[in-house]
Design a protein around this ligand. Structure first.
Ligand SMILES: [Fe+2]
Ligand SMILES: [Fe+2]
Length: 192
């Protein structure tokens, strides 16, 4: 595992200024959520820093890494470009940037799609990406309240938002996202 300073310089090189700032904000937010919910704050910070490391890479390159990582056999994954940077990011971090922390790699890999059985760290990065200081979409304030109250609520809201948006755009929904959504609905009900 390399130091944060190394990953910071990597994201600064690879990302647009706005995305770089977003990554710093997600890192700060993930650290705060980790302190609130009992995850490792240093790991959460690092995962937040690197979560979008491949987001500004050319789509063809992202696609190449998705194929290297998964074999390119899932038609939904291969048709949904928005998912590629997460899969490609985890692959590049592991194979080219010395990241050997499985938890951080999974937090990057699943920060867009979600999955069933997400770890606390994965949920934290997923949620931090929705509520980081730079986010301005309608409803972000409510999401911040959910996240301050309960991670289960924030996950359910976030996945609900993701699925609604995909349906509105008539896009297919990746299996992992459906699994994450179902699990989040059950988890929220249990917490009620
Ligand atoms: Fe992302
Ligand atoms: Fe992000």
């Amino acid at each position: 595992m390399r130091e944060d300073a190394f990953y910071l310089s990597e994201i600064e090189k690879r990302l647009t200024y706005d995305r770089f700032v977003h990554s710093l904000n997600v890192a700060d937010c993930a650290k705060e959520l980790a302190l609130r919910y009992g995850a490792d704050p240093a790991k959460a910070y690092t995962a937040g820093l690197v979560h979008d490391i491949m987001k500004d890479a050319p789509k063809d390159l992202q696609r190449e890494y998705v194929i290297k990582s998964t074999g390119g056999t899932d038609p939904v994954l291969m048709s949904q470009k928005a998912l590629w940077h997460a899969v490609a990011g985890a692959y590049v971090l592991e194979h080219e940037l010395g990241c050997d922390d499985e938890e951080i790699l999974r937090a990057v890999r699943y920060h867009t799609s979600g999955r069933a059985g997400m770890s606390l760290l994965e949920k934290i990065v997923f949620t931090a990406d929705f509520i980081s200081a730079d986010r301005k979409y309608p409803g972000v304030e409510e999401m911040r309240v959910f996240a301050s109250r309960s991670l289960a609520e924030a996950m359910e809201e976030g996945l609900n938002f993701t699925i609604k948006e995909l349906c509105a755009k008539r896009r297919p929904i990746y299996r992992d996202t459906v699994d994450a959504y179902n699990e989040a609905v059950f988890a929220k009900k249990e917490g009620e």
